[in-house]
Design a protein around this ligand. Sequence first.
Ligand SMILES: [Zn+2]
Length: 450
Amino acid sequence: MAAHAVRAEAEGSAGRPVRAAFGRATGALWACLLLVAAVAPAPLRAETAAPATAAKPAPGQPAQALDARLAGDDQRTRMIIDLSRTVEFRAFTLANPNRVILDLPDVVFSLPQAASTGRRGLVAAYRYGAFAPGKARMVLDLAEPVAIDKAFVLEAADGQPARLVLDLVKGDAASFAASVATAAEARGAPAPLAASAAHAHGTVPDTDPRPMIVVDPGHGGIDSGTTGASAYSEKNIVLDVALALKTRLEAGGRYRVVLTRSTDIFVPLSERVRIARANRAALFISIHADALASNDGQARGASVYTLSDTASDSEAARLAESENRADLIAGIDLSEESDEVAGILFDLAQRETKNFSATFARTLVGAMKAAGKVHKSALKSAGFKVLKAHDVPSVLVEIGYMSSREDLKLMTSEAWRDKLAQSMGEAVDGFFTPRTAGITGSVPDAPSGR
Ligand SMILES: [Zn+2]
C-alpha cells in the first residue's frame, strides 16, 4: 500500500472553501483508514492525519476524471470521482439555487457514457467540464440544504485509482445560508476570469480602421447548452458555426474578428459582453441552437433575437430564460452581478444601438432566408443578458432546433454550416457596406449614418 495519505483541512459544517492538501503519512495506517472511509461513509476526520507536505503534481498531462458516482441516501450522500492521479481541489457552497461546487485544476473528464448524473440522496443532479483556462469544475445541484462534512483525495492504492471523495450531510436552510462562500471565495484566488479571458483574447489597439466583429459561440465547457435529446451538444455545434463565420469574415480582409471562445471552455455571460465592449466591437453576434421539449410540438428554422425589456412573445421569453441560465448552470454566484446595465437602458446610446441591432437582425433574417430554412416568425426580442452591451449592436441567432431531426441533420453538416456562415457574412457585408464605402479615415466605434 502506498505510504501517501491525503489530508483535508478547514472542512466541515462551516462550509467555507475546503482546501485539500496532500501529505505523506508516516505509515500505511492512515492510508488504510482513509481507504475504509472511501468505501463506507464513516465519520472519520481525515484532517487529523500526519502533517502535509506540498503536493507535487505530475508534470505534463492533465489529470483525467475516469468515473464518478453517487452513493448514500438523503441523510448522507457521497460523491466519488476516480482520477488518473491526485489533484488539489476546493469545495464550497452557493445559494439560489443551492449548489456545491468542486473546483479542480486542468482535469479532463472522460467519464463513461453510462455514468448517471441523475438524482441520488441529497444531490438532485450534477454536471462537469472545463470552466476557465487551466480549471475544471463540477457543480452539484442540491435536493436539500447540506453541510460539506468531508472532502479529500486519496492516492491510488490496492488496484483502486486515485479518488476524490466529497461527503455531504443533510443540513438546514439557516446553516446552509451561513456556509455559502463569498463571491471572492467562489471565484477562487488566482482566477479573475475577466483577466484571463482578456489575456486570451487580447485587447486590440484601435488604430485598425476595419470594423471589429465579436462572434460569440454560446455555452461551452461545463455548460453544454441544449441537446434536443440528441447525441450532440449545442456548445459544439455553435462553436463550429462561429469558427466558420470567423473564416468567412476574415477572408475578405474587411473585418477584424474576435471570438469570445475558440475552444470548449465556459465563459460567463457578463464576460462575453465585456469582451465585446473591451474590443470596441461594431457588431456582436451570439450563436445558439434551440430545442423544444418533445411534448411541445415541432418547430424548424433559424430565428434572430434582439434585446428588449419585454419579450416579443412567450416563446421568446422562454428562450431568453433558458439561455440566461448559463451562468447558474456553471456555478457562478449570480448575487455578485452588478446592475450596471439597468441604469443605462434609457440612454440615447442604448437607443441608437437598439436601432442598429434591429437593422442588422432584419438584414440577417433576409440573408438566411435566401440560404435556407428560417422560422415562420424569425424576428423576435427578449431580455437576453448576453445582448446587453449598451454601445454594441448585438443580435443572438438561434440557427435552428436541435429537437428537429431535419434541422439537426443540417447543423451537423459541415457543408450546411459553411453555407450558413456564408449567408451570415453577406448580412454583415450588407450592414457595413453603406458605411465603409465612403471611408477614408477612421471608423467610429458603432455604425453610424444608417
Ligand atoms: Zn444556447
